[in-house]
Design a protein around this ligand. Structure first.
Ligand SMILES: [Mg+2]
Length: 248
């Protein structure tokens, strides 16, 4: 009996070179995430590679990622079903887009499009006024505006957060302000990995009634979907584990 592993990707199975442990030589890293031009962007350590191999061999592996569908497909991970775009897109067990979920998301996205654009414009205006190089935009999945994302051109997190704090002093109820490294994602209430996992779990439970479901992730935004699983696992050096293992 295989377990079902619902697995976040970035900063769980691989990360950018900047975030790789400095004691591991570059030649021992395996590129797993690639840009549109084919250039390697994300790398796994040897231990992450063995962890991925173990998951691939022993579990029914379902990526649950903030990546767009396009970016997910540029990751060298074995999968068919997947949750991507912070839960905005679900791929079914055949690897096809879940049309029912897409319809649900499209209906909700339409109501938030204007607000998402306003948030991106406010961040851009504040960044320009302060001369801070920040790219703020509405993340689209096909025609759907999903969430607003801001990044600093030189990964200056403090400067990024200061600009977003000034530009967006508060969010409407139910919205999520998610910060991890050089990313600030402003996410409307209907969007979230846990919503998509709640959508796919009944089908997985029906197919594999006694299989243990393991949620694996590194970020605070992973916690809600991990909480829907039977077991949860996280990298010990991660946003989610911060402070948890410092006692020794
Ligand atoms: Mg992650």
């Amino acid at each position: 009996m295989r377990a079902i592993a619902l697995v976040d990707l970035d900063d769980t199975l691989f990360q950018t070179l900047r975030k790789c442990p400095p004691d591991i030589p570059h030649e021992r890293l395996t590129p797993l995430g690639f840009g549109r031009d084919g250039a390697a962007l994300s790398y796994a350590t040897p231990r992450q590679m063995s962890f991925l191999g173990w998951l691939a061999e022993t579990t029914h592996l379902v990526p649950v990622t903030a990546r767009s569908l396009d970016a997910l497909r540029r990751a060298r991970i074995p999968f068919r079903a997947a949750v991507c775009a912070h839960g905005g897109v679900v791929l079914d067990e055949a690897g096809d887009i879940d049309a029912h979920w897409a319809h649900t998301i499209a209906g909700k996205a339409a109501h938030h499009a204007a607000r998402l654009a306003e948030l991106a414009e406010a961040i851009t205006a504040h960044a320009q006024a302060r001369g801070v190089p920040i790219n703020a935009r509405v993340l689209m999945e096909g025609p759907l505006p999903l969430y607003t994302l801001a990044k600093h051109a030189d990964a200056d997190h403090a400067a990024l957060f200061a600009v977003v704090d000034a530009a967006v002093p508060s969010l409407p109820p139910g919205w999520t302000d998610h910060r991890n490294g050089n990313n600030v994602a402003l996410i409307p209430p209907y969007l979230g990995k846990h919503h998509a996992v709640a959508h796919i779990l009944p089908g997985l439970r029906a197919r594999f009634p006694d299989a243990a479901v393991i949620g694996i992730g590194d970020s605070l935004t992973d916690a809600p979907f991990m909480g829907l699983c039977d077991f949860a696992m996280m990298p010990t050096r991660s946003q989610l584990a911060a402070g948890m293992f410092d006692g020794g």
